[in-house]
Design a protein around this ligand. Sequence first.
Ligand SMILES: NC(=O)C1=CN([C@@H]2O[C@H](COP(=O)(O)OP(=O)(O)OC[C@H]3O[C@@H](n4cnc5c(N)ncnc54)[C@H](O)[C@@H]3O)[C@@H](O)[C@H]2O)C=CC1
Ligand SMILES: O=C(O)C(=O)COP(=O)(O)O
Length: 611
Amino acid sequence: MVTPRILVPEKVSVDGLALLSEDYEVVSRPQGLSPEELLSLIPSFDALIVRSETKVTAEVLSAAGSRLRVVARAGVGVDNINVEAATAGGIIVVNSPAGNIVAAAEHTVALLLATARNVGRADRTTKEGRWERGKLVGVEVGRKTLGIVGLGKVGMKVARMCIGLGMKVIAFDPYANPDLARQTGVERLVPRLQDMLPEIDFMTIHTPLLASTLDLIGETEFKLMKPTARVLNVARGGVYNEAALLDALNKGIIAGAGLDVFTKEPPDESTPAWDLLRHEKVVATPHLGASTVEAQENVAVDVCTQVAAVLRGELPTSAVNAPLILPEEYRALKPYAKLIERMGGLYTQNFVSPPSSSVGVGARHFELVYHGDLAGVSNSRPLLAALIRGLVSPFSDTAGKHVNIVNAMAVAREKGIIIREVHAHSGAGSGKENSVYASSVTLRAVAAEDEQQDREKTESVNAGRQVIEGYVSANNIYISRLGRFSANFIPEGTLLILHNFDEPGKIGGVGSVLGRHGINIRFMQVASLDLERSKAGQDGTKGQERTQSDMIATNGNDDSQHAQPPVSEGSSKKKGDEALMILGVDGDITKQVMEDLRTAEGILNVSLVQL
Ligand SMILES: NC(=O)C1=CN([C@@H]2O[C@H](COP(=O)(O)OP(=O)(O)OC[C@H]3O[C@@H](n4cnc5c(N)ncnc54)[C@H](O)[C@@H]3O)[C@@H](O)[C@H]2O)C=CC1
Ligand SMILES: O=C(O)C(=O)COP(=O)(O)O
C-alpha cells in the first residue's frame, strides 16, 4: 500500500506534525509555496494542512484530483479555503475552532493597551534616540466603554478580560446567547450596531469575514463615534472598510486603531492598508493573533489528530463541511432538509438582517410545523439540524456550516435557540393554500416565555409577521409565504426582497437601478399581502404537538420589513397597498446597490438574501 502523503506549506507546530510522521509521509515547507508550486505539487498528496497564508482556491482543489481527501486549517478562519469547491469535490475540510482563541483575545488586549498608551510610537521614537514624554500622553481603559462586535468565542474571552481591566462592556451580535452574555458581565446587548457607536470609547471586532460583515464599519459608522474613540481588529481585514478607516484617522473623526489583520496580507502599495500600517495613530502587527507557542501547539495537535482520523477513514471532530443527513435518511428527507435549511437562512437574512447597514436581533424561540405527510416523520433530527444550520450560517463561516446531526443540539444551546416541533396531523397542510401540497413546513418565530410580559413583542409575534412557509413539489423546493405575504418562489441563489407600495412604476424603477449597476435579473415575482391571514393574526395551524426539543437560538425582535409602512396622515395608502417584490439576481450586490434600491421611490425596505 502506498503511504499517504501530507503537504504542509506553512509553519505548523512540530508537536502536531509528530503525530503524523510515523504513519505518513509529511512534506513540510514552512517558508510557504507560490500558487504555481502548490498547483504543481498538490496532485500527489492525500492531505493538505494550512494556516491563513495559503489560498486553497477552487483551482488548487481541482488540480488536486481525486487523491486529496482532507484540507486542514490549523486555526479558526477558513476564509482562505474554498469550502464549497471542497464539498463539491468530496474533500473534507477541518479546522481547530478553539485552539487559538485565548491567543487571539490576549492579542486584542495587547493592542487595546498599546493603542491607548501609544506603545508602538513610544518604542519607535525611543529607539530612534528621542525622549518624547510630552507627545505620548495616553488614555486609561479602566471605567471606559468597550463595544464588542461579534460576541462569539474570541469576543466572549475579550469581554471577560476587559471586564477584568475595569471596563464597561457592551456588545452587538444578533446571534449571541443573551444569558451567557449577562453571566459574563456584558452590560448590554444592543439591537443595532449604530446604537452603540456614540457611546463607546473603544471598539473591537470579532466576527468572521462574510458577505454580511464586509465593510460593516465604514464612513457612516465612524462618523457616529466619538473623536476620542479607538478601534481594534484582530478578526479579519475588510470588516472595517480600510479606506474609510484611513480617512477617519486622517480627519480626526476617531483617535486611533490597533490592527492585526488586513484585506491583503502583507499589504501592498495598492491598498489603503499600506498607509494604515505607517499611520502615526495606528499600532500594527503582522497577523500575530494566533502566534503563540501554546496556540500553535493546540491547533496543530487538534488538526493533525483529525487528519489522521480522516486518512484512517474515520469522522473528524471539527469538520467544517460535515454531512447533515446520514445516507440511509438521505433520499426521503433530503428535499425537506434543504427546504428547511433555506427557510432558516431566509429567516435570518430577511427578518434579522434588515437592509440598513445595521443588523437586527433575531428571535430566540421558533415553532417548526410539519404539515401533511411530513407530520408523520419519525426522525426529525436532520430537519432540526438543517434549521439550526440555516439560522446560524449567515453569521458564521464555520460554526454554521459545520452544524450536523451530531452537534446541532449543542450549537443551538450555545446560541440560546429553542425550537418547538409541531406535527400537524390535520390533513395535508393546515393553512388554506397549503392543502394542495402533500407536505409543507411552517417556520414561525414565537415569543419566549420571558418576553410574554413585553406586550409589544407578544403582539408582533401574534400578528404572525415572522412566518415562513414552504413546500416540496417534484423534489423542487418553494416558499409559499414570507411574513404577511403570499408568495411562490424557489429559495436559491442571490435574492433581493423589496417591501414596497404596490403602485405602477415600481418594477421599472427597481429594474433601472439594477440595470445601472449591471445586475442581471433571473426572475421576478410580486407577492401580495395575505389580507385574510394577516387579519386572523396567525396562520391557523392546529397541529397536535408531538415532540418538544430543547434547543436553540437568538434574541427576539420585531421585523422592520414587515412593520406597517409609514402611512402619513391623510394618505390614501391602505394596508392592501403593500407588496413584496422578490427578485432572483446574478451579480455583485454592493452596499451602493442596496442604498440605491432603498432610496428608490415607494420602497419601504430591502433585504439581500444569499442561499
Ligand atoms: N488574528 C488572528 O490571528 C485570529 C483571528 N481570528 C478570527 O477571529 C474571528 C472570530 O473568531 P471566533 O470568535 O472563533 O468565531 P465565532 O464563530 O465563535 O464568533 C463569531 C461571532 O460573530 C457573530 N457575528 C457574525 N456576523 C455578525 C454581524 N454582522 N454582526 C455582529 N456579530 C456577528 C456571530 O454571531 C458569532 O457569535 C474570526 O474571523 C477568526 O478567523 C481567530 C483567531 C486568531
Ligand atoms: O485562526 C485564525 O482565524 C487566524 O487568523 C490565525 O491565522 P494563522 O494561523 O496565524 O495564520
